[in-house]
Design a protein around this ligand. Structure first.
Ligand code: ATP
Ligand code: MG
Length: 215
């Protein structure tokens, strides 16, 4: 893919991996802010696969998480969704995600992997980190309650990891799931279409909507 501004400029592709169970405004704000600050042409959201051991318990079906991600991103022309991780069997490893996207999109693409402060901390322990840094630039975004400082990334290659302060959204999928289970509203934490999709499918232990959803 070649950018319309000129053939010499590679397509700048942000990659936002996540379980997205459900996708919420914290994910969307992070992706939007990184896209603006780093001049990205596109951000592709990549829902993780469900390890077959976990299928049916713990994590919602890949198809529900995929559809929610599509619904939440549909209105943004720069956002897209990829099925690479949900179609690859077994656990999702970021190195596979990046290699698959690079193969599918072709050589003239620059990858920017977007990750919250909590997930970035785990990069320190990832095996094959050297290979990851060859595949993509990593952008660690701030997340309320999770300290993210330059000292945390001091030992990582400076030209491959950047920290970015994004508007604070104290929202997590875990909290959204718990709220649904407890009958509390998730309006304004997630896009409207996600509230309606969760009610329609009866996700997270909420009673399936019959005539009127319990909101
Ligand atoms: P769960 O509670 O199930 O772990 P989550 O809210 O952490 O869900 P994930 O799907 O695990 O969402 O996260 C995907 C990516 O988005 C991770 O890199 C995570 O750090 C980042 N992220 C999630 N919520 C926020 C937020 N509120 N602000 C910034 N980044 C976030
Ligand atoms: Mg998480």
């Amino acid at each position: 893919i070649v950018h319309p501004d000129g053939p010499e400029r590679p397509w700048r592709l942000g990659v936002m991996g996540g379980t997205f169970d459900p996708i919420h405004h914290g994910h969307l704000v992070a992706a939007s802010e990184v896209a603006a600050r780093f001049g990205l042409d596109e951000v592709v959201f990549v829902p993780t696969g469900v390890p077959w051991q976990k299928a049916g318990r713990g994590v919602s079906a890949a198809e529900d998480r995929y559809l929610m991600t599509v619904i939440a991103t549909a209105s943004n022309p720069r956002f897209s969704v990829s099925r690479v991780d949900i179609e690859r069997p077994g656990d999702t490893y970021t190195v596979d995600t990046l290699k698959d996207l690079r193969r599918i999109r072709g050589g003239e693409v620059e990858l920017f992997f977007i990750t919250g402060a909590d997930a970035l901390a785990k990069i320190l322990t990832w095996r094959g980190a050297e290979e990851l840094f060859d595949l993509a630039h990593f952008i660690g975004v701030s997340r309320p309650g999770i300290p993210l400082g330059e000292s945390d990334i001091a030992h990582l290659p400076a030209d491959k990891v950047t920290l970015l302060e994004v508007p604070a959204m104290a929202i997590s999928s875990t909290d959204c799931r718990n709220r649904v289970r407890e009958g509390l509203p998730i309006w304004y934490l997630v896009p409207d279409g996600i509230v309606q999709y969760i009610a329609k499918r009866g996700l997270y232990g909420q009673l399936r909507a019959t005539t009127e959803p319990v909101l």
